[in-house]
Design a protein around this ligand. Structure first.
Ligand code: PEP
Ligand code: MG
Length: 759
């Protein structure tokens, strides 16, 4: 064949296509013209275009086959060679078409004369909407360069077809005819609950508006600039605390860097531009080709890398097209399941709560803040699902089961039916727990346990009454900061705190001063060195920030003191590591109190100061610190990450260590016994307390105050009512002395023997 390379072939075709597309003829005439141009340039007797109509692939135009077959020959997706190409979104290149197992003969086409066959899917929004195929008489395979030219042409066709309205968009969006098989994905259950909705990628795919370039030089420049920008972004990410939100930063960044600086990638994109594509189309084109190649390689390591490249390619596309917003900025249309590699809590909060039904993440862990926020919102979350981009598409129907960590992609009608039955049962269970609203959590042997909720936003407040909880044991004040574009002014803080206290009435609210840093990053409050933190969880965060920037703490102290005028203020400090930090933070409050006194403002009736136990070091000081405290609150999320030296957001460590391990239980036991002589209240406010088996262990340690996620209040009340505290304490004392290898199994067995439901 007289063709030297794909670039010239594609370019020749593209130039003609450009003209055809610009011409004033009707869509059918254009298609007829297109098949001529392609056939001629690829020296093929036959060129045919099949498009999806009413769920079938219909022959829309042909050169070389019988014209009577046009709009007559129809193939189901998955049927014959054309149907196979569409179903698998893959290219076929065959020397002898009839030898292929999927070949289906259609007498009306008169194609028996032609031996070789090559076909490429026409893809739109990651779904095949048609197929362009070439055939010729000689039995020989098409050359790679010819196939590439055909693939480039298919991209242009997809634009032409969409513009001409030749395909029914409903046919391939949603759960239309082209949905591929149902698929079940197994991940890690992070937030319980089940949900149904449409997949929405947090970082949406870019819609490519123009495929054929008007000015090749200009397109080349755009790609150069985008590459520069992207490399800059990646270098910056490497220096930034928030990237990966505690995820596998290093590994991912290394791969990102490798690709971002990979010359081969840039060169291939440039070649695609040379052939006449716009920058966007060229990036997409190269990505499609890589995807097709990689699909044939069965290597999990490579698949991971591929996934990173997809991510990066999407990033480049977004940069080049200036479509930088997330799906939140576009707004959710119906019931949605958000799909992301990872998210920050602030990003999650940007979504419309009424429409957001679930979240699935490639990373994630039980105590990542985004997961904590989702749990408070009652949105099921499943994490640790690798390679989601390759497995589902925007608009796919998803059923998610946060109890078992299962995601059903494009479920079958039977699966939907089973889901609906479960949904009703889950509603009934919720109703059962809601009915326990007014039931007090009293143990079988008559001890009253205090069950409070964790909250952080005004929207959380109705949950206090809905659950019938005893108060708010942890109000994460930084959430207001996370959802604001700028530092919330004192008046706004005061207003929120006052509203919270109004709703709570007689029930206590424990306000925790801002805990920012770690995986809670405020874009408007980044300190020079914070940007360079390698270990943000152990870095410049929480009280450390507050004490250094005491302006921040002063403002918050004023806001809290004013809001609590005439009432009791409970305030606690996060990440207290040494006693002086508690003293210094308290001093800030006391000086603000003195100021308000001078101003003759209404002061709180009482102020109770507390500290969180979440840095192990402070546990060694409790005999010294306890007399200065009104209460203690154990933050098991951070405490366990520091005890185990295991990043709470690290996906690989998410399942490695157990909350009911002897190391933690013995540690907590020591805290409880050290503080006991002082009579200081101890609450557990980490996620651990909201899980029944874990809560059982805590009850066994003598802890009777829990502050938990609102959805867990019903289940925990029920647990308490079934447990004999004396009995579990006795058992726990024995286990602490001689710890069993598998504490979880032993506890589970203990609970089962007493018919105490603990899952
Ligand atoms: C904790 O660390 O356990 C805690 C309750 O605080 P946060 O999850 O906000 O860090
Ligand atoms: Mg914490």
């Amino acid at each position: 064949m007289a063709m030297q390379n794909a670039t010239t072939a594609a370019r020749a075709i593209l130039t003609s296509l450009h003209e055809i597309m610009a011409s004033r003829s009707g869509a059918q005439a254009k298609l007829n013209h297109v098949v001529e141009v392609i056939g001629e340039n690829l020296n093929s007797e036959v060129c045919s275009i099949y498009l999806l109509r009413e769920g079938m692939l219909e022959l829309f135009a042909t050169r070389g086959l019988n014209q009577q077959a046009v709009h007559v020959t129809r193939m189901a997706v998955g049927e014959g060679l054309v149907g196979t190409i569409a179903a698998n979104i893959e290219t076929l290149n065959l020397a002898e078409a009839t030898a292929h197992p999927d070949f289906a003969f259609r007498p009306e086409t008169g194609e028996e004369r032609f031996h070789s066959f090559a076909g490429v899917p026409i893809v739109r929004r990651e779904r095949a909407v048609g197929v362009v195929a070439v055939q010729h008489v000689e039995p020989r395979r098409y050359e790679e360069v010819e196939i590439e030219a055909l693939q480039t042409v298919a991209m242009v066709l997809s634009e032409l077809i969409a513009n001409a309205g030749l395909i029914d968009e409903d046919d391939f969006l949603g759960s239309g005819a082209l949905s591929t098989e149902p698929q079940r994905l197994q991940g890690m259950a992070l937030v319980k609950g089940i949900a149904s909705g449409t997949a929405v990628f947090h970082q949406p795919r870019v819609n490519i508006e123009q495929v054929v370039a008007d000015d090749i030089e200009a397109e080349r420049q755009r790609v150069y600039l985008a590459f520069d920008k992207m490399r800059e972004q990646i270098d910056r990410m490497a220096n930034q605390a928030e990237f990966g939100v505690g995820g596998e930063h290093e590994e991912v960044l290394q791969t990102y860097k490798m690709f971002a600086y990979d010359e081969g990638w840039g060169r291939r994109i440039n070649e695609a531009i040379d052939s006449g594509l716009t920058a966007e189309a060229a990036i997409e084109r190269v990505q499609q080709r890589t995807r097709m190649r990689m699909r044939k390689i069965d290597d999990p390591l490579l698949a991971d890398r591929m996934h990173d490249l997809e991510d990066l390619s999407n990033r480049l596309l977004r940069t080049v097209s200036g479509q930088l917003g997330t799906a939140a900025s576009a707004g959710l249309k119906g019931d949605a399941i958000l799909v992301a590699r990872n998210l920050g809590p602030a990003e999650l909060l940007e979504y419309d709560r009424r429409r957001l039904k679930g979240v699935i993440l490639e990373e994630g862990s039980l105590t990542a803040h985004v997961v904590i926020v989702a749990r408070a919102m009652g949105i099921p979350v499943i994490g640790r699902l690798r390679g989601l981009r390759g497995k589902l598409r925007d608009g796919d129907h998803l059923l998610i089961d946060g109890d078992n960590g299962v995601v059903d992609v494009r479920p079958s009608p039977t699966m939907i039916e089973a889901f609906e039955a479960r949904f009703i049962r889950s509603r009934q269970r919720q109703a059962h727990y809601a009915a326990m609203r007014d039931v007090e959590p009293v143990s079988r042997d008559g001890h009253r346990v205090t069950v409070m909720i964790n909250a952080g936003l005004r929207d959380d407040m109705p949950l206090l009454n809905m659950t019938g909880a005893d108060g708010i044991g942890l109000f994460r004040t930084e959430f207001q900061f996370l959802v604001s574009a700028t530092l919330p002014a004192r008046e706004r803080q005061t207003r929120l705190y006052r509203d919270v206290l109004d709703v709570a009435g007689d029930r206590p609210v424990v306000f925790r001063t801002v805990d920012i840093g770690g995986d809670k990053v405020l874009p408007y409050l980044r300190q020079d060195n914070a940007a360079l933190e390698e270990n943000p969880a152990m870095g410049w965060r929480a009280l450390r920030v507050a004490l250094e920037r005491d302006g921040l703490l002063k403002v918050q102290a004023r806001a809290l003191l004013e809001a609590a005028g005439g009432r009791t203020l409970n305030v606690m400090f996060p990440m207290v590591t040494e006693p002086w930090e508690f003293d210094a933070a308290k001093a800030v409050f006391e000086s603000q109190l003195a100021f308000l006194k001078r101003q003759k403002k209404l002061l709180p009736e009482a102020i109770r100061y507390g500290a969180m136990v979440e840095v192990p070091a402070i546990a060694e000081w409790l005999d010294v610190l306890a007399p200065r405290l009104s209460f203690l609150s154990i933050g098991t999320n951070d405490l366990t990450q520091f005890l185990f030296a295991a990043d709470r957001g690290h996906p690989k460590l998410a399942e490695r260590y157990d909350w009911v391990s002897p190391a933690i239980l013995r540690f907590l036991h020591r805290v409880v016994t050290t503080v006991a002589p002082f009579g200081t209240d101890i609450t557990v406010c980490g996620e651990m307390g909201g899980r029944r088996l874990e809560a059982l262990a805590l009850l066994g340690l003598g802890i009777t105050r829990l502050s938990i996620t609102p959805a867990a209040v019903g289940p925990i009340k029920e647990l308490v009512s079934k447990v004999d505290l004396g009995e579990i304490r006795g058992a726990m004392a024995g286990w602490l002395k001689a710890p069993p290898e598998n504490m979880r199994a032993v506890l589970t067995e203990w609970a089962a023997a007493r018919a105490i439901d603990c899952d």
